[in-house]
Design a protein around this ligand. Structure first.
Ligand SMILES: Nc1ncnc2c1ncn2[C@@H]1O[C@H](COP(=O)(O)OP(=O)(O)O)[C@@H](O)[C@H]1O
Ligand SMILES: [Mg+2]
Length: 316
């Protein structure tokens, strides 16, 4: 019951992963051949890098995968020296019933250049009995000598359809009743990060029996989209007074942070019923006020000023 869904529904086999078709078919070929080069997996958070690595271990080693797989995180370990010690300890016992063991190093791009050179030497030193799977967000932060020693795989953010289908499957299994607009809200928030999408769905469903757009936004800390849209609609139609009331309601009564309101403003500008040219003007203005907010100006004054400028832009 209290299981974390991202673990409970993490695919166990490569073929069960969503999206990443290209990556999955190339990785599956290694399994079929029973050989594995070093791998470099690059892509955003929650796109399946760790999942794919765990699948590889399971498919290579079956029930014995635990003893043949070591997971390390470059930003948790205290520098390359602790990584080297752990790799050494792991690599010195012979692999159980296979030719090599697998070491998964997450956030490899957190290592300095020097540390990466040391890592490369370690990879070479133990190449007889180990294969490295390095995961990173940005390929460009990995030194070329490591890149050239690895088969490179690029993971994309999951598409809206892929994410939604995954969420719906979970919802059926967990008896979650969610409105269609709730899924859309989750997809907006997750931006292709499957972990975040699943987490928001789980948290929202704990909070409310029926998951709505509003619950989702409460859980994710974003401002209520419908309220923000109304506020903007009032501003662009020139009713500054009403727009300001809505703003104060969001800040004072509902307790939203200016940053969260701002994020929602960006999303909602696109959905306003105004010509595209005017949307561009609003986007540009919003950008200006967003900058002032991050510079530490009084958030309430800045947001009020932004609404005023939206109202005035009608006459431009
Ligand atoms: N391609 C995918 N298919 C299915 N589920 C996925 C996929 N990518 C991520 N997930 C889900 O999101 C969670 C986080 O994925 P993970 O592989 O740890 O991402 P990362 O790329 O950050 O390593 C997993 O537990 C899994 O439930
Ligand atoms: Mg990961």
């Amino acid at each position: 019951m209290n299981e974390i869904w991202t673990e409970k529904y993490r695919p166990r086999l490569l073929k069960d992963m969503r999206g990443q078709e290209n990556v999955v078919s190339r990785l599956s070929a290694f399994i079929t051949e029973g050989s594995l080069p070093h791998l470099l997996l690059a892509g955003p958070a929650g796109s399946g890098k760790t999942t794919a690595s765990l699948c590889i271990a399971r498919e290579l080693y079956g029930g014995r995968w635990h003893s043949n797989f070591l997971e390390l995180n470059a930003s948790n370990e205290r520098g390359i020296d602790t990584i080297r010690v752990k790799v050494k300890d792991f690599a010195k016992t012979m692999p159980m019933g296979t030719r090599f063991k697998v070491i998964y190093l997450d956030e490899a791009d957190a290592l300095t250049q020097d540390a990466q050179h040391a890592l490369r030497r370690t990879m070479e030193k133990y190449s007889e009995t180990t294969r490295f799977i390095l995961a990173c967000n940005y390929m460009s932060k990995i030194i070329p000598p490591i890149q050239s020693r690895c088969a490179v795989f690029r993971f994309s953010p999951l598409s809206r359809d892929e994410t939604k289908a995954f969420l719906k499957d979970i919802a059926i299994k967990e008896n979650v009743d969610a409105e269609d607009s709730a899924y859309d809200a989750i997809l907006d928030i997750a931006e292709g990060d499957m972990r975040r999408a699943v987490n928001v769905l789980q948290t929202a469903s704990i909070l409310k029996k029926k998951v709505t757009e509003k619950t989702v936004n409460e859980v994710a800390g974003g401002a209520d989209p419908a309220a923000v849209k109304m506020m903007l609609q009032n501003a662009v139609s020139g009713d500054y007074k009403k727009a300001r009331e809505a703003l104060l309601d969001l800040i004072l009564k509902q307790g939203f942070q200016a940053e969260d309101i701002m994020k929602e403003v960006y999303r909602q500008i696109h959905s306003l019923d105004i010509p595209d040219e005017r949307k561009l003007i609003l986007m540009e203005k919003a950008g200006e006020y967003e900058f002032r907010l991050t510079e530490g100006s009084n958030p309430r004054i800045q947001l009020e000023a932004m609404l005023a400028s939206f109202a005035i832009s009608r006459k431009l």
